[in-house]
Write a protein that binds this ligand. Structure first.
Ligand code: SAM
Ligand code: DTB
Ligand code: SF4
Length: 349
């Protein structure tokens, strides 16, 4: 029997899931995972910061906020050719999605054509495109969609009732409004949050409740474990119990059964065993490549070895992009660099 998608989750139900004995929670999450996905397949995305630092916002976790002394220097928007060169490398290394991030509160209208050019050219390589640029209005979302954007990442970050402890320069409702514009423009949504910011289990459940009760479940749900950066207000926060992180993944999988649940920031500090537990709990996406935006990620050799040891495969991509002359399934292969299609599309990668 297939699990129906629900948008009417109640706080108590999520807390009851979190409170299950760990083996029972993992068993239930793994069962839901198998109803919708091949549990041996993991979607692979690569991130690039196309505009780093100097951000006017006050997100207490973020190394790119201008007001915190974190050693990140503000840079201008990267040149399109440089972005495309990095996307080509990511594809050759086996990524199927390329996510471009900018440290903006929101893009200025004059930035949109520049980002649109990046999207068009990255898409032309045969990669899925994702961008995370801050708050968008509807015409901006439409313009990005017209350029070939597949996904827009905009996180809720935490529960509505913990939000004021983390961010003051924009409201929860602003985030919900951006997500609405993104959906209405026909973009796929990538929306999740961060744990390990001193929140309670009820707040973690509150974040998942807010995500699962959106008008449609986000297509991708990044679950970030706080990367503590010196100079940010959250540096020195108590470390989250690793099993609690796994519970977060498992409950996300159960309440959003058809979404990609991404084991996102924080992997560099995780053991292979902890990551394996996360895959068992239903995580089926990662960021791949040595850097996230400004902080580290496991190096590609470590991820290739982990996939080998666990018998995991990069998830095939349904290609409808230029750069491949026919639609179909393309297999990224992170264990065979330079043959990112595995030859299945019949073209050189
Ligand atoms: N400026 C845009 C925005 O905030 O929407 C896009 C980039 S912002 C860096 C994207 C997301 O990265 C944030 O919403 C947050 O969830 C995540 N993030 C930033 N710093 C992080 C950290 N130190 N640890 C974990 N996740 C982090
Ligand atoms: C998301 O949820 N996590 C990514 C991506 N979306 C843009 C960003 C993680 C950033 C971690 C801190 C850094 O590298 O600056
Ligand atoms: Fe700026 Fe985004 Fe960082 Fe917040 S998370 S400070 S909006 S770059």
């Amino acid at each position: 029997m297939s699990t129906a998608l629900r948008h009417d989750w109640q706080p108590q139900e999520l807390l009851q899931l979190f409170d299950l004995p760990f083996p029972e929670l993992l068993f239930r999450a793994a069962a839901v995972h198998r109803e919708h996905f091949d549990p041996a397949q993991v979607q692979v995305s690569t991130l690039l910061s196309v505009k780093t630092g100097g951000c006017p916002e006050d997100c207490a976790y973020c190394p790119q906020a201008q007001r915190y002394d974190t050693g990140v220097t503000a840079q201008k928007l990267m040149a399109t050719e440089e972005v495309v060169a990095r996307a080509r490398q990511a594809k050759a290394a086996g990524a199927s999605r390329f996510c471009m991030g900018a440290a903006w509160r929101s893009p200025k209208d004059r930035d949109i054509p520049k980002v649109a050019a990046m999207i068009r050219e990255v898409k032309a390589l045969g990669l899925e495109t994702c961008a995370t640029l801050g708050m968008l209005d509807r015409p901006q979302a439409d313009a990005l969609r017209a350029a070939g954007l597949d996904y827009y990442n905009h996180n809720l970050d935490t529960a509505p009732d913990y939000y004021d402890s983390i961010i003051h320069t924009r409201q929860y409702q602003d985030r919900l409004d951006t997500l609405e514009h993104v959906r209405d423009a026909g973009l796929k949504t990538c929306c999740g949050g961060i744990v390990g910011m001193g929140e309670t289990r009820a707040h973690r459940a509150g974040l998942l409740l807010a995500l699962a009760n959106l008008p449609s479940h986000p297509d991708s749900v990044p679950i970030n474990r706080l990367v503590q950066v010196a100079g940010t207000p959250l540096h020195g926060s108590a470390e989250l119990d690793p099993f609690e992180f796994v519970r977060m993944i498992a409950v996300a999988r159960i309440v959003m059964p058809r979404s990609m649940v991404r084991l996102s920031a924080g992997r560099e500090a995780m053991s292979d065993e902890l990551q394996a537990l996360c895959f068992l709990a239903g995580a089926n996406s990662i960021f791949y490549g040595e850097k996230l935006l400004t902080t580290g990620n496991p190096d590609t050799a470590r991820d290739q070895a982990l996939f080998e040891r666990l018998g995991l495969q990069p998830m095939p991509l349904q290609v409808d992009a230029p750069g491949h002359d026919h639609p179909g399934t393309v297999h990224a292969d992170i264990t065979a660099p330079s043959a990112s299609c595995g030859g299945r599309c019949g073209q050189a990668a």
